[in-house]
Ligand binder design. Structure first.
Ligand SMILES: Nc1ncnc2c1ncn2[C@@H]1O[C@H](COP(=O)(O)OP(=O)(O)OP(=O)(O)O)[C@@H](O)[C@H]1O
Ligand SMILES: [Mg+2]
Length: 396
């Protein structure tokens, strides 16, 4: 047998600066993961209904995916719903039926028999049984949950981008989840979404179930944890990072999950062929990191903002640290009592947060830079007017 090449450490960039991409090292999610593991085991069944909320790029989808992995490892059956589907109930049925096909031992034996005797009729029978035709969704779900319950496992239902869910469909979905739980099945329900949309949904009377769910707010971790996450991400590769460089990268990330990946990735790129990522590589990566944060997080959040709310944010730019609400009102030329409406809405939208009595500050890192950038560049990022002949055309 030919001797195998020793497996070298990866020279590929290990950072994941993209939405929904699970990082190598999860910063600051230990407690949430411990709690969910305990909930899966049945120690705290009420903690199986979870609502993850937070700003864009705070790590909601990643946490949802990690919870799903934990559940799958523990033998749970998962149904993944998308708010983009036209009907959540239809999607739930489709997913439940296909999970049933996999789980139901009877279906398997019948399928084997039908393969052996090539009985078209028998195959058709199974298909009809699990098409869910003639069976209401409650019955289908009940049967699935009963099969999933075995060996201490259960049924996991997840829904990302909750803010875009249709309220009535969501109500119908949570009703099914409640019924299953009420019948004594082991069911976990995980939903994730950005605060403004989710809060609006929760205001509605038909969303009591979600209001009572265990709430996990994801956001920044402390800067030291961020630096350690960056160091550990690099540690598994062919490169290393100096302690000073890791600390600086942690500081630039402000502990914000998306920024941790951005600064790590860009510093890695800057280090080129070198074995070590140095402070200069990190420092040089700062502008591109901030630009990506502005484009992908602040840009979308600021785009739909009313002129008055925008003015409020701009009025805060003059201050180095937190801004006094009285000063903001004066700068906007409005009555101090009227500023509280804008203040409340901007807090709900996670653009600002209270900073002690009578003070507010920006809620996300580099929001001030984003506002200044918009001031100088107009509302959007400069269009790229460069022309490049495509690779394909060059090959001709
Ligand atoms: N715990 C974490 N530690 C380090 N990086 C993380 C963590 N969670 C997420 N990230 C990184 O942050 C970025 C955003 O993650 P994710 O897509 O989960 O955010 P999100 O909150 O779902 O955003 P959106 O609101 O746009 O859907 C990704 O680059 C991901 O790799
Ligand atoms: Mg997401």
């Amino acid at each position: 047998m030919a001797a195998r090449e020793p497996i070298g450490r990866s020279t590929q960039n290990p950072f994941t600066p993209g939405f929904g991409l699970t990082p190598v090292i999860l910063a600051g999610r230990e407690i949430a993961i411990e709690e969910f593991t305990a909930a899966l085991r049945g120690e705290v069944p009420e903690a199986r209904s979870i609502l993850i909320s937070g700003a864009r790029g705070a790590g909601k989808t990643v946490l949802l995916a990690e919870f799903r992995e934990l559940a799958l490892e523990a033998g749970w059956t998962d149904l993944r719903l998308h708010t983009s589907s036209t009907s959540l109930a239809e999607e739930l049925r489709r997913q439940a039926v296909s999970a049933l096909r996999e789980l139901d031992p009877e279906a398997e034996t019948s399928q084997l028999t039908s393969a052996r005797i090539a009985s078209v009729a028998a195959e058709r029978d199974i298909r009809r049984r699990y098409d869910g035709e003639g069976e209401d969704l409650t019955t289908v779900l009940d049967r699935l949950a009963r099969l999933a319950d075995e060996d201490g496992a259960g049924l996991l239902i997840t829904l990302d981008e909750l803010q875009s869910a249709n309220r009535d469909q969501l109500h119908a979905l949570t009703q099914h989840v409640q019924d299953l739980i009420g019948s004594g099945h082991a069911v976990a329900f995980l939903a994730a979404g950005i605060r403004p949309g989710v809060d609006a949904l929760l205001d509605h009377e038909r969303t009591t179930f979600l209001r009572r769910a265990h709430r996990i707010e994801v956001g920044s971790v402390d800067v030291g944890t961020a630096a350690e996450a960056i160091r550990l991400t690099v540690a598994d590769t062919a490169k290393s990072i100096t302690p000073e460089a890791a600390v600086l990268a942690g500081e630039i990330s402000c502990g914000y999950p998306y920024l941790i990946q951005l600064i790590g990735s860009k510093a890695w790129q800057n280090s080129g062929d070198a074995d070590v990522i140095e402070v200069e590589d990190v420092r040089g990566a700062r502008p591109a990191t901030i630009a990506a944060m502005i484009k992908n997080v602040h840009g979308p959040a600021l785009r739909g903002l009313s002129p008055r709310k925008r003015e409020y944010l701009h009025a805060m730019l003059e201050d180095e640290g937190p801004s006094a609400v009285g000063d903001i009102a004066r700068r906007m030329g409005i009555d101090p009592r009227n500023q509280s409406t804008y203040r409340e809405r901007l807090i709900e939208e996670e653009l600002i947060r209270p900073a002690g009595r009578g003070f507010v500050q920006y809620a996300l890192p580099y929001l001030a830079e984003a506002l200044r950038h918009q001031e100088s560049e107009g509302a959007d990022i400069e269009p790229d007017r460069g022309l490049t002949r495509s690779r394909r055309a060059r090959r001709r």
